[in-house]
Design a protein around this ligand. Structure first.
Ligand SMILES: *Cc1c(COP(=O)(O)O)cnc(C)c1O
Length: 398
């Protein structure tokens, strides 16, 4: 699963180059940095890897979502549709720009169901965020078609799908923009970090300036202090050390994915022995980044029983139906409208009126799917001993 498994001399070398200059900041210090711009180079190489024109590095995948939504002009009064199976960050960012998250069903791709997406569109829908969960693509062609017909931009949350593609095109490059995370458990990592990719130059310029306090980023003979501002910004800047690690990790990404594919195939062969098992719909197996193996059993009771046995044998799978970070009915703070704001924002208006209410039973199709789902994270390094242990656990469960 994560790139930290293969940290090595490449990362050390990259970091040493930064420390030797003494410049940890991505801008300025022209004389001291001796031509070394790690974050900028990381952006350029990441954009090129994804086959897009522009990339904007930021401090996290959550920041990437917030910066992208802000640059897209999404704010109070707007609704943003996303899927009910995702990490909390996706909807935290929607709330954080002042908009309201609207949750849609997933299908057996474990990603946004286009049929339910269309039902959830209203005149207030200002963005659609499909998530390429667990390294495999959403039905992005159908989603784009629906979005285009309604004139709504698509932001792909690609946090879990670095290195994944669909029919030869990188995940994250289909919509207006795509966001990535390089947090410690992602396919490639910089400790903390994120990236937004886009072909839209105007959107990229807005993201670039917003993430840096609004500095206008036009070439300015007066230097950084002399730059003007077109709008209010914030600070989501990535530092040079992260850019340096990112360059080393990006160079290993294809290797990481190849190793995961081998390990996933070995695990899948074993799991296939379970009576009544079926596998997650993967739209393009050749483009799967293979960071997870997801499979279904015939019903919820069997799924729980099987996972109990797997657990007793030291090889329990993730049961997302009970996972409090990734699945809508388990987000108790969302359902309860818990917030630090005394006004109750973002769940209440300033005058105390309820803005939004979330019903835990609102998404029955997803519940039916998630109740039967088990998931093994796929490591980059999988020892024969561990594979053997999982194999024995599966035999016991059979
Ligand atoms: C990890 C993740 C994020 C957030 O990324 P961070 O870098 O941890 O802030 C957003 N969306 C999804 C789907 C994720 O898995």
């Amino acid at each position: 699963m994560p790139g930290f498994e293969i940290f090595g001399d490449e990362e050390k070398q990259q970091i040493a180059e930064v420390l030797d200059t003494g410049v940890l900041f991505r801008y300025e210090f022209v004389n001291e940095r001796r031509g070394i711009y790690k974050v900028r180079q990381f952006e350029e190489e990441f954009a090129s890897y994804c086959g897009v024109k522009h990339a904007q590095a930021v401090t996290s995948g959550t920041a990437a979502l917030k910066v992208a939504l802000t640059a897209m002009g999404v704010g109070p009064g707007d609704e943003v549709i996303t899927q009910c199976f995702t990490f909390v960050a996706t909807w935290e960012a929607i709330f954080d720009v002042g908009a309201i998250p609207v949750f849609a069903e997933v299908d057996e791709t474990l990603n946004l169901d286009p049929v339910d997406l269309e039902r959830k569109i209203t005149p207030r829908t200002k963005a659609i965020i499909p998530v390429h969960m667990m390294g495999a693509p959403a039905r992005i062609a159908e989603i784009k078609k629906i979005a285009d017909a309604h004139g709504i931009p698509v932001l792909e949350d690609t946090a879990q799908a670095a290195g994944a593609s669909l029919n030869g095109r990188r995940c994250g490059s289909f919509g207006l923009c795509g966001t990535f995370s390089f947090d410690p458990v992602k396919t490639m990592t910089t400790g903390e970090g994120g990236m937004i990719i886009t072909d839209d130059e105007d959107l990229w310029r807005k993201m670039s300036e917003y993430h840096d306090h609004g500095h206008d980023h036009v070439v300015n003979p007066g230097g950084r202090g002399g730059e003007g501002r077109s709008f209010v910004g914030f600070n989501f800047r990535m530092m040079e050390l992260q850019g340096a690690i990112g360059l080393a990790q990006l160079a290993k990404l294809d290797e990481i994915v190849a190793a995961q594919r081998r390990n996933k195939a070995a695990l899948r062969k074993m799991v296939a022995a379970l009576p009544g098992v079926s596998f997650r719909t993967i739209l393009d197996p050749a483009g799967d980044n293979a960071s997870f193996l997801a499979f279904f059993l015939p019903d919820a009771a069997t799924t729980r029983r099987v996972n109990g046995i797997l657990g007793q044998h030291g090889a329990g799978a993730v049961y997302f139906a009970n996972n409090t970070w990734h699945y809508y009915p388990k987000w108790e703070h969302l359902l309860a409208g818990s917030t630090l704001a005394q006004s109750g924002w973002p769940f209440k208006e300033a005058d105390g009126r309820r803005r939004v209410h979330y019903d835990p039973a609102a998404l029955p199709q997803s519940a039916e799917i998630m109740d039967r789902l088990l998931v093994y994270p796929v490591p980059v390094k999988l020892s024969d001993e561990r594979l053997d242990q999982i194999g024995k656990a599966i035999l016991a469960a059979c």
